[in-house]
Design a protein around this ligand. Sequence first.
Ligand code: CO
Length: 190
Amino acid sequence: MVYPIVVYGHPVLRKVSEEIGKDYPDLDQLISDMFETMYRSEGMGLAAPQIGKSIRIFIIDATPLAEEEPELADFRQVFINARIVEKSGDVKLMSEGCLSIPNIREEVNREFRIRIQYYDRDWNYHDEIHEGYRARIIQHEYDHLDGILFTDKVSPLRKRLLKGKLNAITKGKFEASYQTILPGQKIKTA
Ligand code: CO
């Protein structure tokens, strides 16, 4: 099934998500649904809080960008119970967007390199270094698990300028090509 996407202002986006166990009910179906939801909304990544689930899972499929960014060629992955254990390298400014914050793009600083430990869909353990664009996408999705959004990371000036637009999103004043859940709207549990 395709889930609606929770938008800015909803408290679930601000929670610190919980780790899950192998016995989490219907996990494989949930992951398939997350991919379906991400593809339907033309996103490159999706974290569980964005569909109203406060658990430590995010998915990435950046392969559609591979033509412009060859390093993304095979970058499709499920990250369960991920922990970023190191960040290093130069901090770089680059524009980002988010399905939970429709029609806003802002320049965000991120570290060039990260080391991340996680389980994949088959519960294989990974301990990996990612750099550049891959590290950026991972950091964005990972932040969702800790209740952090990319708009938190922009400069104080940009934050002031964004305030009105973010308020409009919380009130449902935005266009999106996918179904959304506004703050105050109930998340239905499948
Ligand atoms: Co996002």
